[in-house]
Design a protein around this ligand. Structure first.
Ligand SMILES: *Cc1c(COP(=O)(O)O)cnc(C)c1O
Length: 259
């Protein structure tokens, strides 16, 4: 019910992505890396989604649109890092995923590819030997996933993570700070330790953004700072993600640190 209310600060497109697309589906905001939104569908719909304006649109990039993306990247040799996201990058079939990976890998200026997916968390049975073996052919590929709470580290999810890492696909995790769900130094410390035990590096902790109807999930920025303060120096540096605010209007990720 709270999702029906709009706060005065809420924005439909909080990260200004729609206005930074040189080609449909491709966000080019930073000099040397791009974000490719391959589908608007997901295996599970997060209530706090930053792209809630487009998920459920059931849009899927076509082969022809993909060709346009490749053409853009062949021209823009400064781009060395491509993030395949969505929606969920693993909510497309293996065949189309391979077309994407092979196409990006064929561009000499592309050094690394990242796949952004919550599938290891919410639909781990999608991850099988066939999938990880296919992805491994296009190394270096990083798998960026999204665990928010230790409860999400089920036996099945751990197994899915192990499959990626065992096949030479390093994993990173991005967590969204959510009021009364994980906005607690103990919960997050447990989460980050458990992720490391499963060979997943905590990469970013995000301040909940300004998407519409999610005000009830937001914490004060101070909460994130407090959490980082409770970790830095008190536990392995490996367990400490960077706390960032993805600035409205396409300002990009701004790290926020304790004094
Ligand atoms: C987050 C993001 C990236 C990747 O940023 P890193 O800090 O390199 O992880 C690239 N493009 C867009 C549009 C993004 O939002």
């Amino acid at each position: 019910f709270k999702e029906m209310s709009r706060a005065s600060v809420d924005l439909e497109d909080p990260l200004g992505e729609d206005s930074h697309m040189p080609v449909p589906g491709l966000v080019h905001r930073y000099p040397d890396r791009v974000l490719f939104l391959v589908t608007t569908s997901c295996a599970m719909y997060c209530r706090f989604c930053t792209r809630r304006r487009i998920v459920l649109n059931k849009e899927h990039r076509t082969e022809r649109e993909l060709e346009n993306v490749f053409a853009y990247l062949r021209e823009h040799k400064e781009v060395r890092d491509v993030i395949i996201s969505g929606g969920d990058a693993l909510f497309i079939g293996d065949k189309f995923l391979e077309t994407c990976l092979a196409g990006f890998r064929a561009i000499p200026s592309i050094e690394i590819i990242r796949i952004a997916s919550r599938v290891p968390v919410v639909c781990p049975m999608r991850i099988d030997e066939k999938l990880v073996t296919m992805i491994r052919k296009y190394a270096p590929v990083y798998l960026m996933t999204h665990f928010n709470h230790p409860y999400e580290l089920t036996d099945e999810a751990k197994k899915a993570c192990a499959m990626f890492v065992d096949h030479g696909i390093p994993m990173m995790n991005q967590t969204v700070l959510l009021r009364k769900i994980n906005s607690d130094p103990v919960i997050l410390r447990v989460l980050f330790h458990e992720l490391l035990k499963n060979r997943v590096k905590p990469y970013y902790l995000y301040q909940c953004d300004l998407s519409e109807g999610i005000e009830h999930f937001r914490t004060p920025v101070q909460k994130g700072i407090e959490i980082i303060e409770s970790l830095r120096g008190h536990t392995s540096g490996l367990a400490v993600p960077e706390f960032v605010i993805d600035a409205p209007g396409g300002g990009g990720k701004v790290p926020v640190m304790p004094q």
